[in-house]
Design a protein around this ligand. Sequence first.
Ligand code: AMP
Length: 212
Amino acid sequence: MNLIFLGPPGAGKGTQAKRLIARFGLPQLSTGDILRKAVADGTALGKKAKALMDAGKLVPDEIVNGIVDEALASPLAQKGFLLDGFPRTVPQAEALDQMLGRRGRKIDHVISIEVPTEVLVDRLAGRQTCPQCQTSYGKDSPPANPGHCDRDGEKLIVRPDDQPERVRQRMHEYETKTALLTGYYKARGVVREIDGVGSVDEVEKRIVGAFA
Ligand code: AMP
């Protein structure tokens, strides 16, 4: 099964993807996680992407398309995948169609997580992230040991792009470029709209229910 998670920043795409990988036995391919790791490791890719990411702007298509093409070729992704944070523009969606078409594959479902802007702004303002495994914590899903990741004990950080003015830029990128993707996939009848307001458990139940 090949899945895409769509939704604005703070909708819970990464959190829900991390929950569902075990349930569906699929790898999570997150361009944001891959880029943040490249920045932390100081690779050539990370150096190219860092300033744009910190400013809340999109990284050029040729960079992210290359990351996804490589991830799709990995043995882990052969049974299926769960894409989170990609595609983010219609040209990226078209590039993805080509990458999958070359491999005789297609997108089966697009899960669109719907959350009103005021809830998103509130969530992102309180979000802390593990720099190691990228798990996010917030008011509704705090870590057991404050300031530390439940999974690996790492000290949590506030992502540079979760600062209020960067959040505004990311919302702008979403509204002007990414929101158009829902229409792109709706035309194929593969979109499942999920109410993303509520606890992580509640939203997970709704997503799983959509596949029952
Ligand atoms: P995310 O973790 O998905 O919120 O992504 C964090 C940042 O990584 C974004 O604000 C962009 O700067 C960059 N990024 C992640 N995925 C993409 C993408 N598909 N296209 C362009 N930039 C991306």
